[in-house]
Design a protein around this ligand. Structure first.
Ligand code: UDP
Length: 322
């Protein structure tokens, strides 16, 4: 059985469905602070648990035959992490140490972890490969880097088997529209653009038009959430044969303006735009060198066209359940 910590969240819930579709038994644990119970597939067992409640973690391992853990549970708002670092270090770092403690106490040594390209900080070159210097520029990114470093220490001392997946920009929703992205507050570009198009928001504010990029707006690497889900399963299957960190991105850069144009084409509607100043801490361009994921995991992203990614997000936006 696979334990998915944070399996009621955006990427977690898509991974849970993918695991179930591929024959795995899954127990989902989530504190439902940001996750949605409706996002958890009925075929999975659900347990209300919190990383900071060591008793609930211990019970999880006592009551379920867990062979491996996929760990998504974390706070993930960059701006909030700057204003409330304690919340981030306590939940993300202490919480993960608690999880590892419960795992080791019950003889579970396999973990796949949600890391992020934010661990690289301001890029020195693109595409970014895994050897790129890691110098995160906010507490959120630092919590993820610290956990990667903890894994390496636990590997040496306790034989932990670990793969940290460094996501670029997760995007899109399940192809059948059953589950999707729902954050409160929403800060991510694609859902905000779609809400501006649908009229749920007044407009989209484009943060900066004077970057050193072809159209002046920031370039990011948008990776479909189902391609992320696939990579998590492949990583679980690879545990024991490989320890370390792997980038997950398409390797394709798309600008903010290109996202808006693609969303207008997909929806057939105009997006009200307001040009705004740069957001602090946004690098001009971030996109992945994804060769390691292909080589080590045998992973191949299916969604390479940004319009196909946005189409899945638009389908969800039109019929969302939560
Ligand atoms: N962005 C924007 N307006 C918004 C939200 C985001 O222009 O309301 C830009 C942001 O500056 C970045 C890109 O869209 O260049 C993706 O931002 P998001 O917050 O989705 O992800 P991040 O790259 O920060 O992880």
């Amino acid at each position: 059985m696979i334990l998915v910590m944070g399996g009621a969240g955006y990427i977690g819930s898509h991974t849970v469905r993918h695991l179930l579709d591929n024959g795995y038994d899954v127990v989902v644990a989530d504190n439902l602070m940001y996750g949605h119970k409706e996002a958890v597939d009925e075929r999975a067992k659900f347990v209300h648990a919190d990383l900071l409640d060591t008793l609930s973690l211990d019970n999880l391992f006592k009551n379920n035959k867990i062979e491996a853990v996929i760990h998504f549970a974390a706070f993930a708002y960059v701006g909030e992490s700057v204003n409330e670092p304690e919340k981030y270090y306590y939940n993300n770092v202490v919480g993960t140490v608690n999880l590892l403690r419960a795992m080791l106490a019950h003889g579970v040594k396999k973990i796949v972890f949600s890391s992020t390209c934010a661990t690289y900080g301001e890029p020195k070159y693109t595409p970014i490969d895994e050897k790129h210097n890691q110098a995160p520029i906010n507490p959120y990114g630092r919590t993820k880097l610290m956990i990667e470093q903890i894994f390496a220490d636990y590997e040496r001392a306790y034989g932990l088997e670990h793969i940290a997946l460094r996501y670029f920009n997760a995007a899109g929703c399940s192809a059948d529209g059953r589950i999707g992205e729902s954050h409160t507050p929403e800060t991510h570009l694609i859902p905000l653009v779609l809400k501006a198009i649908s009229g749920e928001r007044k407009d989209i504010k484009v943060f900066g038009t004077d970057y050193d990029t072809p159209d002046g707006t920031c370039i990011r690497d948008y990776i479909h959430v189902e391609d992320l889900a696939l990579a998590h399963r492949l990583a679980v299957e690879k545990l024991g044969n490989y320890n370390g960190c792997i980038n997950l991105g398409t390797g394709i850069g798309t600008s903010v303006k290109e996202i808006i144009t693609a969303a207008e084409e997909v929806s057939g509607k105009k997006c009200p735009v307001e040009y705004a100043p740069r957001r602090v801490g946004d690098p001009a361009r971030l996109f992945a060198d994804n060769r390691k994921a292909k080589e080590v995991l045998g992973w191949e992203p299916k969604y390479l066209n940004i319009k196909d990614i946005i189409q899945t997000a638009w389908n969800w936006e039109l019929k969302r359940r939560y």
